[in-house]
Structure formats: structure tokens, C-alpha cells
Design a binder for this molecule. Structure first.
Ligand code: HEM
Length: 111
């Protein structure tokens, strides 16, 4: 039940985040901004970093819980492996997403 609420809660949270993200893409491409111009604007921006980190956490939690439901329905595995899969996938999404946020706020720091 807690997972159910968390999954729907994160889905609802992502709706405004996606709307802002899409509006930003339309604005940036409409103004012909290049990738390096965009990164010059996001460099050092704690606000955008926080925005995208919240997005990453919501997507990781939502996707991982969703994958657990898919595994429960489609694979012959018990509750413990389902939960293991959920945590593994969630932490992987969190790690990749956080790496992407770091690359946007601190460009060049990871290469
Ligand atoms: C604004 C963005 C999103 C919204 C509004 C949204 C909404 C939802 C909702 C309402 C469900 C529940 C369906 C049900 O149980 O009947 C769901 C399930 C799911 N979502 Fe999302 N989602 C979004 C983004 C994502 C993302 C980014 C991922 C992947 C990382 C994802 C992966 C899944 C998975 C795997 C399920 C489980 C499907 C199932 O239970 O059969 N979703 N989503």
C-alpha cells in the first residue's frame, strides 16, 4: 500500500516537472541555443540542480516500484527477489540520474 501511494505520488509530482522541462526545451531550441550555451547557463545553478535532482529521485522511485509490479506479474519470482530488483533498478537510476545532474551543474567535472 505504501509503495502504491509512493508510485502515484511520484507520478503526480513528475507531471509539473515534465511540463517545465518540455517548456524549457521548446524555449532553448526555439532560441537556437547550442548545448554549450545551455550548459553555460546551468553551470553552478543550485536551483536547476535541485529541480533536476528532485526529478531524478521521483523517476527512480516511480520506475523502480513500477518495475517491481511488472516483475510480480510477468516473472516467477517471489516477493524478496521482486524487492531486490526494485532496489537494484532504483539505485541504478538514481546513480545515472545524479551523474547527469552533476554534469549539468558542474560541466566538465566528470570527464
Ligand atoms: C510524468 C511522468 C509519468 C507519469 C504521469 C506516470 C504515471 C504512471 C501511472 C499512473 C502508473 C500506474 C499505472 C497502474 O498501475 O495502473 C505508472 C506505472 C508505471 N510507470 Fe510511470 N509515469 C511517469 C513516468 C515514468 C517513468 C520516467 C518511468 C521509468 C523510469 C515509468 C515507469 C513506470 C512503470 C515501470 C510502471 C508500472 C507499470 C505496471 O504496473 O504495469 N513511469 N506510471
Amino acid at each position: 500500500m505504501r509503495l502504491y501511494i509512493l508510485q502515484r505520488g511520484t507520478a503526480a509530482l513528475m507531471v509539473p516537472l515534465i511540463a517545465i522541462h518540455l517548456a524549457l526545451i521548446v524555449y532553448a531550441t526555439g532560441n537556437g541555443l547550442t548545448a554549450s550555451e545551455i550548459l553555460a547557463r546551468t553551470r553552478g545553478s543550485i536551483a536547476w540542480g535541485l529541480f533536476y535532482q528532485v526529478f531524478v529521485i521521483a523517476a527512480a522511485v516511480h520506475g523502480a516500484i513500477g518495475l517491481r509490479s511488472v516483475a510480480r506479474d510477468w516473472l516467477r519470482i517471489g516477493p524478496r527477489p521482486q524487492t531486490g530488483l526494485m532496489w537494484g533498478f532504483g539505485l541504478l537510476l538514481l546513480a545515472f540520474g545524479t551523474r547527469a545532474v552533476i554534469a549539468v551543474v558542474f560541466p566538465g567535472s566528470l570527464s
